[in-house]
Design a protein around this ligand. Structure first.
Ligand code: NAD
Ligand code: 0WE
Length: 256
């Protein structure tokens, strides 16, 4: 039962083995998808080559800073040359300058606001536009969001506003690309202890709060995010587009 046999995909956002992107990539590969990977810069090259290399020496691994149009263009040109077509795209990329996640939201600088939105939200639009011409059989685009998009999570600040933009962009992209049978959805994940979460003061407390208050009384696992990623990529989700799926042990339904 290989759900993604014959499908090709590209994964943006692997930094290390804890990355949500790596969990979803492994799940996609296990179901038979053939994957290409990108990494943000030289700093992460060795990490990604070591991880993605486990799928075979001929795995396509390319640098891509999502703030650079020329990087994005080169990635899709090389993916087109290698695969001929594309079925799946994972967007698992976010960044805001550290100081914007520490003080008050009211003090967000114009530059921090711009950077957070460029990397964390606009990049989905740019990647979808690059991928669409290769998604000749239709496709599934999946992006990662967080509850701070809809409710105030102290210190998430400008990232919450950028995630709201990511989720709205998901709906507009779903509308534009629907006629081409390209679906676009977000997974809104509960907190996961990754590189992007480490060093965030109070993150440990947040994990405990989910354990206490979520209906399932625990936190989401990377494997569960992989499984939802596989579902959204598969034909089982053929009629699901423009949605935000909460993979958070039910935390989002609670009023208190
Ligand atoms: P991570 O640090 O492993 O992944 C973040 C990725 O973003 C890294 O691979 C980094 O290289 C990439 N990135 C940042 N700037 C980039 C740029 N300019 N160009 C290309 N890539 C760039 O952390 P993660 O927790 O796996 O985060 C992945 C996604 O999941 C993010 O969108 C994040 O907001 C989302 N998310 C995380 C959590 C959590 O608690 N960890 C919860 C919900 C959603
Ligand atoms: O999306 C995220 C984190 C994304 C992120 C993390 C960093 C840390 C290092 C974006 N930019 C940066 N910039 C850095 O310099 N999450 C969902 C995880 C997260 O981050 C929080 C959270 C949660 C949850 C920040 C404050 C409060 C809660």
């Amino acid at each position: 039962m290989s759900l993604l046999a014959g499908k090709t995909g590209i994964v943006f956002g692997v930094a290390n083995k804890r990355s949500i992107a790596w969990a979803i990539a492994q799940a996609w590969a296990k179901e038979g998808a053939k994957l290409a990977f990108t990494y943000q810069g030289e700093r992460l090259k060795d990490n990604v080559e070591e991880l993605a290399g486990t799928f075979g020496a001929d795995t396509l691994i390319l640098p891509c800073d999502v703030t650079k149009d020329e990087d994005i263009a080169r990635v899709f040109s090389e993916v087109g040359a290698k695969f001929g077509k594309l079925n799946l795209l994972l967007h698992s990329v976010a960044f805001a300058p550290k100081d914007a996640l520490e003080g008050q939201f009211v003090n967000t600088s114009r530059e921090a606001y711009r950077i957070a939105h460029d990397i964390s939200a606009y990049s989905l639009v740019a990647l979808a536009r690059g991928a669409a011409p290769l998604m000749t059989e239709g496709g599934s685009i999946v992006a990662m969001s967080y509850y701070g998009a809809e409710k105030v999570v102290p210190h998430y600040n400008v990232m919450g506003v950028a995630k709201a933009s990511l989720e709205a962009s998901t709906r507009y992209l779903a509308y534009d690309l629907g006629p081409s049978k390209i679906r676009v959805n977000c997974i809104s994940a509960g907190p996961v202890n990754t590189l992007a979460a480490r060093g965030i003061s109070g993150f440990g407390e947040m994990i405990k709060i989910y354990e206490q208050r979520s209906p399932l009384k625990r936190n989401v696992t990377n494997d569960e995010l992989g499984a939802t990623g596989t579902f959204l990529a598969s034909d089982g989700a053929a009629a699901i587009t423009g949605q935000v799926l909460y993979v958070d042990c039910g935390y989002q339904i609670m009023g208190m």
